[in-house]
Design a protein. Structure first.
Length: 174
């Protein structure tokens, strides 16, 4: 059975996510195709998603307004940068980092991606949560009143306190 997937029509979160999911699946050997092609399509789509606002921000940040800049030209420049150009030896890190970046405006989704993959390497500001990135969401505060028996059983299964730093059973990130 052959599956044909189009990653054209860039500019929407759905196309970006699809390209990034396909990049990871191809990289892991779960899906036929070239992970670099999907990786690059995800970056182009992510840049296109922000379009004119991104070009304006680049103009303002660099102080070099250019009528020739487009979201595609900025994406191409980004992809050719040595730090972000496709490299199979750190493909998963590149893919996961771009998924994290593409969802920065979605808060929890970026955190979920980091929790799932361990990428990118995050730095916590001093004085916040004991210098640790939170690894889980505690039970809601009203759970003790509404469901105390199950709450106690759930906390016991955690093997630690009900807080931001107690890892859940499936947590395999470093």
């Amino acid at each position: 059975m052959m599956i044909e997937i189009s990653i054209h029509g860039r500019g929407g979160q759905g196309a970006v996510r699809s390209a990034q999911i396909l990049a990871e699946a191809a990289f892991k050997g779960y899906f036929p195709g070239d992970p670099e092609t999907f990786y690059n399509a995800g970056i182009y789509g992510s840049y296109a998603q922000y379009g004119t606002a991104l070009v304006t921000a680049a103009d303002n940040a660099l102080g070099l307004p250019s009528p020739d800049w487009t979201s595609d030209s900025l994406a191409a420049d980004f992809i050719t940068n040595d730090d972000y150009a496709w490299d199979v030896s750190n493909g998963m890190e590149l893919i996961a980092t771009q998924r994290w970046v593409a969802t920065f405006d979605q808060g929890l989704q970026s955190w979920f991606e980091w929790r799932r993959t361990g990428y990118p390497a995050l730095t916590v500001l001093p004085g916040n949560n004991g210098g640790l990135v939170p690894v889980r969401v505690p039970y809601p505060t009203d759970e003790a009143a509404r469901n105390p028996t199950s709450l106690a059983a759930g906390v016991l299964l955690l093997g630690g306190a009900d807080n931001l730093n107690t890892r859940v059973w499936w947590d395999v990130t470093p």
